[in-house]
Design a protein around this ligand. Structure first.
Ligand code: ATP
Ligand code: MG
Length: 405
């Protein structure tokens, strides 16, 4: 008997070569998201993937799998030789575990066959195994409609596969099956959620973070990296780019009327992000703007900020209420990090009353006082990229911690 996890794929309208790409990308992402357990083996097949744990802790692996985009559902399963006595033994084990874990009171057996030459058909297996289990567990009721527990048996050419749990996956597409894009990642609540939602559609993001030392602290930068690491759980490595933004912010502060400071700061961020997008082979810019949330996020503001580029700007949370965004950030475990109170480059230079309806003429007037090209070029040249892997930051933290001991 071998313990496995059976993984079912998400949206599979794709066929042929695309499907192969989808499946192998998913396998790679799963391996990476679970890189803490290097002994895991994945066997990709056409419609399923089978994972051998080889000693990796099942609970942790299951909770890791729940996050990886591109998985529709998965089930812990037992693979055994095609021997009915072994099947009974495996089913007993599963039922006992389910009674202990979930206190189930009713069950049924559901069989499917990929080998139609087997001597028993699906009904025969259902009845024989169901009857046997009903005798073994007299406290359980056999129930066809919505039983608490379904024992699933798959009759395959060389073996049986039995499973009980059916766990929903995260859905979406495997990260890396769509093109790349740049995510403007602050330390706030919204942009990590925007990144998560973009990743759900298979986009591999490059996280771009604007830092303005000494006005912003190393903690603020670390927070942005920690948020990036949280996002790697959904599809593997992410490039993180720290952009030096101090010179730009000081220049804006010196030359721009405070009412336009925010608009022009955002336009600079957008220009720099767009240059980095080219370097990182992206086709879009993603940010965490939501209409009406703050002064910079009126449609008038968005229009004025967006005017610097024709690159698609994707705003996954644009029409969500703050509470809806917070809900997601809690679900994806970024909320607690996001609310840590480290000053971000925009809060430090935030004007008392930014324009909610900036005018393009006024913007042009103030921008004429700035060396836009030079500022963009120097920020891009000074940008520092690093690849963030799942688990890498928590490891660094614990290493730093053990150094202290
Ligand atoms: P968030 O919660 O993501 O910080 P927010 O509601 O605070 O969003 P703003 O501060 O107006 O919104 O920023 C709007 C968007 O601009 C952010 O969602 C983010 O995509 C981008 N952004 C803001 N500050 C930075 C930064 N320091 N580095 C990178 N991107 C940023
Ligand atoms: Mg913010």
């Amino acid at each position: 008997m071998k313990e496995l996890i059976m993984i079912r794929y998400g949206e599979l309208s794709t066929k042929g070569k695309n499907k192969r790409n989808f499946v192998s990308t998913l396998a790679k992402n799963i391996r990476e998201a679970l890189s803490e357990y290097p002994d895991i083996k994945i066997n990709q097949q056409h419609d399923f993937m089978f994972m051998e744990l080889n000693g990796a802790p099942q609970e942790e692996v299951l909770s890791g799998l729940e996050k990886v985009f591109g998985i529709q559902s998965f089930s812990p399963a037992i693979e055994l030789a095609r021997d009915f006595d072994l099947l009974k033994e495996a089913a007993i084990k599963l039922v006992k575990a389910e009674i202990a874990k979930n206190g189930v009171q009713s069950f049924k057996v559901a069989t499917s066959r990929s080998d139609h030459n087997y001597s028993m058909d699906t009904n025969d297996v259902n009845q024989a195994l169901g009857g046997f289990l009903a005798e073994e567990f007299p406290e359980l009721k056999v129930q066809m409609k919505k039983p608490d527990l379904t024992i699933r048996v798959k009759v395959r050419e060389n073996d049986f596969l039995v499973s009980s749990e059916w766990i929903n996956g995260a859905g979406g597409l495997p990260v890396g099956t769509s093109a790349n894009a740049v995510l403007m990642l602050s330390g706030g609540i919204d942009s990590p959620v925007a990144g998560y939602l973009a990743m759900k559609r298979g986009i591999r993001i490059t996280a771009v973070h604007f830092a303005s030392p000494p006005y912003t602290s190393p903690q603020a930068l670390n927070k942005a990296k920690d948020l990036t690491e949280k996002l790697t759980k959904f599809g593997g490595w992410i490039n993180f780019v720290e952009v030096p933004f101090t010179e730009t912010q000081e220049a804006i502060k010196e030359h721009v009327n405070p009412a336009y400071l925010m608009t022009i700061t955002r336009r600079m961020m957008m220009r720099i992000s767009d240059e980095l997008r080219k370097q990182y082979n992206g086709l879009a810019i993603i940010n965490g703007e939501s209409i009406g949330q703050v002064a910079s996020q009126t449609l008038e503001s968005m229009f004025a900020i967006n005017e610097v580029t024709s690159t698609p700007v994707i705003r996954p949370v644009v029409s969500m209420d703050k509470l809806e965004i917070i809900d997601i950030s809690q679900k994806i475990d970024t909320f607690d990090l996001s609310i840590q109170p480290f000053e971000d480059c925009c809060t430090v230079f935030a004007p008392p009353s930014p324009k909610t309806k900036p005018k393009l003429d006024d913007i042009a007037y103030y921008e004429a006082k700035l060396d836009i090209e030079g500022l963009v070029q120097r920020a891009v040249e000074g940008a520092m990229g690093e690849k963030i892997m799942p688990g890498s930051r928590s490891k660094e933290d614990s290493e730093a911690f053990s150094d202290l001991l």
